[in-house]
Ligand binder design. Sequence first.
Ligand code: GLA
Length: 388
Amino acid sequence: MKLEDAKKRFIEIYGGRSEDIRSFYAPGRVNLIGEHTDYNGGYVFPCALSFGTYAISRKREDNKIRFASTNFDQRIMVDARDIKYEKKDDWANYPKGVINGFQKRGFKISGFDVLYDGNIPNRAGLSSSASIELVTSVMLRGLFDCKISMIDMIKLSQEAENKFVGLNCGIMDQFAVGMGRKDCAMLLDCNTLKYKYVPVKLDGYKLIIANTNKKRGLADSKYNERRRECEKAVEYLNQKLDIKTLGEIDTAAFEKYKYLIKDDTILKRASHVVYEIKRTLDAVDCLNSGDICAFGKLMNESHISLRDLYDVTGVELDTLAEEAWKVEGTAGSRMTGAGFGGCTVSIVKEEAVDRFIKCVGENYKHKVGLDADFYIGEIGGGAKEISE
Ligand code: GLA
């Protein structure tokens, strides 16, 4: 929906004056490389997308908070003095978690009406939830004049997802959505939260995002299982080392001490993480030196590692990536996000894009029986108020 239409819809739902309405925005994200490394204290390399979630909102004089969305029919009303998780409130638990986070930090939040309008495909692994969290954060900061930095809102949003909604995600999604910058990816050290922007100059190439459209069933429990497996790897290694996360050791130290990991599955998980962190740093060097083909090769290796060692791909993501690799003009292709469904990200020569979409789409349909969706990924800016 266009912003103007969303504002009209807001008035249709809530009535009142349009002058007092304020609008906020937060993007979705795609991770270029560095997967399942964030909660291991490693590096990630995501960028914000040029589409995301809008929040159109207006303060009220009382303590009522009313949520509506153009994407879901359900309307939710809560009292600002009594914010708690309720299963029946479904998606509204994300903004409620953020409100709770602001309140826990001592900010006074009273009533408001909000209409969310998003164009991130749901459950595609492009961070629609982090986008709702960050758009809610910048909205609360704006409406209630809270003195809070973006990095604190990022941490608070992750905490809302971990503790309020109960999903044990790392910091990558909230960081990318909050700190995104046009035409740049962010190299983030998830251990220290130090980061740098790296211009994504893809001369003659495009980023293509392909959605498997697979319904993700077990994703959350498998995600948590992987986290536990990595913690187990740290325990094994700590018979000789003293580390908190796998991100603290490089590949040489890992090769020296990996004999300590007696369980084959755990060894595979840890190998993925340690080498994926190295690939991420190498990939950034490739991008800086303009070597898109070498960058693409690392993306392919990342996918293979996520498939064979980390076991988070599945036939849908594998088919999309493998079909992409076959198309002439593809520099690289890999799954992005948590896996188990969701999207792949590919770097494809401009002149090959149409052929790419046709070939990958047809072969995917033929092999998997689902229709994939394709989007050209433009890299946009981070969460903000829209002043017009
Ligand atoms: C999800 C999580 C992130 C990250 C990725 C995997 O998107 O929300 O924190 O762990 O999976 O890289």
